[in-house]
Design a protein around this ligand. Structure first.
Ligand SMILES: [Zn+2]
Length: 339
């Protein structure tokens, strides 16, 4: 096995190396760089890129990756694991969803095309793109705040070929949390959380690199990162990078197949009180949350528009904010059970 090279990083076979990709310079001259750990196996195989903190407030993926590399012996690895625990350091350092410098987050199209001469976040995207250029498979680790249930997002329509789609499916099954087929519904989802096409895992799948996006639980959920570690190890087993067989997930996977339906939207303003357990399949019309007024009365019952499940509730700002919701606010994500 030869040395694995990307940028200024050189990793001999059977070794783990930590480095940084220099991306931008702040106004005061501080260098902004992306941390990268590369584990290059003793034998050839797939090159799996895994990113955490694509959104700066979502650090369950960060914790997952920092734990994951300690669980793998590079001497027993086939192929190469590229771990990016903090994909957007500008947002991560300030605990913001997007970068304060330019308002851009990496769930927006920043890799295809990449813009090395653009604003700071686009320059970060251009550096991370160099990792996609050597990767054969991709996992993007995000998380929702509790109450939520872990799930994965499949981007079928974006896949560049049936083979890419087949591998994406296999990765979702191996990861082991409930997969949801993603679409772009006409309900304002794109304005609220970005369009499906812009998601890095959708964009990589469109460029021949099977990609899976996973929503774990937030950093307060101990199982959040453990399910992430188990899921990535499972995908590595499925791809033949590890000898260990695919193991059961630590969290429940719902039976059946599901397609993204859209966001729940509040009619009234008040405080959102979730009244269901995310990840429970509910009939159309079931009440999933109350909007409660300042006199304690229930102003609105938020109901399931279809039979399916809610995987997370949304706060007033992505990755932050609270359940104090204005009128017409997106308050939850719904997956519909396929007939
Ligand atoms: Zn996210």
């Amino acid at each position: 096995m030869s040395v694995f090279e990307v940028g200024s990083l050189h990793v001999p076979a059977g070794e783990l190396r930590h480095g940084r990709l220099t991306a931008a310079t702040s106004a005061s001259g501080q260098v902004v760089s992306v941390p990268v750990s590369i584990m290059h196996g003793a034998e050839p195989g797939p090159v799996l890129l895994v990113t955490g903190a694509t959104h700066g407030t979502e650090i369950t993926g960060t914790r997952t990756l920092l734990k994951l590399i300690a669980r793998i012996d590079p001497a027993r690895l086939r192929g190469t694991l590229i771990s990016v625990p903090v994909t957007n350091p500008l947002a991560f350092d300030r605990a913001t969803y997007a970068s304060p410098e330019d308002g851009i987050h990496l769930g927006m199209p920043c890799y295809w095309p990449s813009d090395p001469a653009g604003s700071p976040t686009l320059r970060i995207g251009a550096q991370v793109r160099s990792l996609f250029d050597v990767a054969t498979h991709y996992i993007d680790l995000h998380n929702n705040a509790e109450p939520a249930v872990p799930m994965s997002m499949e981007f079928a329509a974006q896949c560049s070929s049936p083979e890419v789609r087949q591998v994406q499916r296999a990765m979702a099954e191996a990861f082991g949390v409930t997969p949801v087929l993603m679409t772009d519904p006409e309900d304002g989802t794109a304005e609220k959380v970005g369009s499906v096409d812009g998601q890095p895992a959708a964009a990589s799948s469109a460029h021949g690199i099977p990609g899976l996006m996973v929503e774990l639980l937030d950093e307060h959920g101990h199982q959040g990162y453990e399910a992430g570690v188990r899921g990535v190890l499972n995908v590595m087993s499925k791809l033949g990078m590890l000898e260990e067989p695919v193991a059961p997930q630590l969290v429940e996977r719902l039976q059946g197949s599901f397609t993204y339906h859209g966001v729940l939207t509040s009619r009234e303003s008040g405080v959102l009180f979730p009244v269901c357990d995310p990840g429970t399949v509910m009939e159309q019309g079931s009440v999933v949350a109350h909007i409660v007024g300042m006199d304690g009365s229930v102003l609105e019952e938020v109901k399931m528009p279809v039979t399916g499940f809610v995987w997370a509730f949304l706060t007033t700002a992505p990755g932050g904010g609270s359940f104090a919701v204005p009128e017409g606010h997106a308050v939850g994500f719904v997956a519909a059970a396929d007939a």
